[in-house]
Design a protein around this ligand. Structure first.
Ligand SMILES: *Cc1c(COP(=O)(O)O)cnc(C)c1O
Length: 360
């Protein structure tokens, strides 16, 4: 099968822009006239520093990151941040956690090791099919921060508002960063594993208010200290060079498409096509409730495990691949990140219609 014949709905690692992959392929053996691959040069070289600075500058401009905040490009994935966040910010005190899915639950479990983690809300009883309202959030008086996950990749729900609280906001934006406009100045810390919407796996973007750095617990490994990483320009050790290069190329593509605003318009179009169909379907039911629905991961099921399996198999035969839901959620999940063309979603909806007609 050729790449052109496939729409890849994988949740992460996931589809990347063709232009980024093509540039990487063209430059693979000879990076900008150096006679070496980007993978073969020192992270301390001027050649690589240019790539690093370029990626940071593009991200800062695309997301309007204020000068009060530092952009760190780190290793370890989003999961490392589950521990790094409390180690750096909880100071042996209390932090509030909204549990709206699997990853925020894991972050909460990690935080308990370093301080008092208070559950501000938990949507588990409803199968994580919604986002709590502002009124439902319970805050502790002296919370060091409020933690939430903006988009729940597994269950397909997404916060449609920014929670209001006195404590600094800490947010996992792994699966919706760069897909919508965000007022970064409202956040103490934003982080994202890159492999959903930005780059290959192995890179984590952390955007941190510099005034929050330097509060780490004494046991915090140097490699996890925001203060150290700010001081060393993310290069205490070797950063994920290849991923940073791919991030730079992906950001070129985002800029060429019209920036984050264009990404936001497109995500509305893509998700709109799917939810409009699902709301009128006689076979498929969306998992997430209106008002809480993700624009990035659309979860749905037919109500029968056999039909779900037949649907996923038939879709793959048509080049609509990786639609199987996460094992803890079941059913189907269409992950429609920035790089998914609207045509991919139209092809999926056309197949859903066809499948529905022959199975109802
Ligand atoms: C994928 C994902 C994670 C875990 O990312 P890793 O880089 O594999 O640690 C955490 N949070 C969210 C929202 C995710 O989508």
């Amino acid at each position: 099968m050729e790449r052109e014949q496939v729409y890849n709905f994988a949740p992460g690692p996931s589809t990347m822009p063709d232009s980024a992959l093509k540039t990487a392929a063209a430059e693979l053996l000879n990076f900008r006239g150096s006679g070496m691959s980007i993978m073969e040069i020192s992270h301390r070289s001027a050649l690589f520093q240019d790539v690093f600075d370029s990626a940071c500058a593009k991200l800062r401009s695309l997301m309007n990151v204020p000068e009060t905040h530092e952009i760190l490009l780190l290793q370890g994935g989003a999961t490392t941040q589950f521990a790094a966040i409390p180690m750096n910010l909880i100071e042996g005190g209390t932090a509030d956690y909204a549990i709206t899915g699997s990853f925020s639950g894991k972050a909460y479990e990690e935080a308990k090791k370093y301080g008092t983690a208070h559950i501000a809300a938990n949507t588990k009883s409803g199968g994580h099919d919604r986002i709590p309202s502002q009124e439902e959030l319970s805050f502790s008086p002296d919370a060091k921060y409020f933690y939430y996950c903006a988009n729940n990749t597994i269950y397909g729900t997404e916060w449609q508002y920014v929670p209001e609280t006195a404590a600094p906001l800490v947010c996992d934006m792994s699966s919706d960063i760069l897909s919508r406009e965000v007022d970064v100045s409202k956040y103490g810390l934003i982080y994202a594993g890159a492999q959903k919407n930005m780059a290959p796996a192995g890179l984590t973007v952390v955007i941190v208010d510099k005034s929050l750095a330097g509060r780490e617990l004494p046991c915090t490994p140097k490699i996890l200290s925001y203060k150290t990483m700010i001081e060393t320009g993310s290069m205490l050790n070797t950063p994920p060079c290849w991923c940073i290069y791919m991030l730079d190329l992906t950001l070129d593509w985002v800029i060429a498409q019209g920036g984050v605003k264009a990404m936001e318009e497109r995500r509305q179009e893509r998700a709109g096509l799917l939810y409009d169909f699902l709301d009128n379907s006689r076979l498929f039911k969306p998992h997430a409730l209106p008002g809480s629905r993700s624009y990035m991961n659309v979860t749905f099921r037919s109500g029968s495990d056999e039909l779900d399996a037949a649907f996923i198999k038939g879709a793959a035969e048509r080049g609509l691949v990786n639609l199987k839901g996460h094992k803890i959620a079941g059913g189907m999940r269409a992950s429609i990140y920035n790089a998914m063309p609207v045509e991919g979603v139209k092809a999926l909806v056309a197949y859903m219609k066809e499948f529905e007609v022959s199975h109802v």
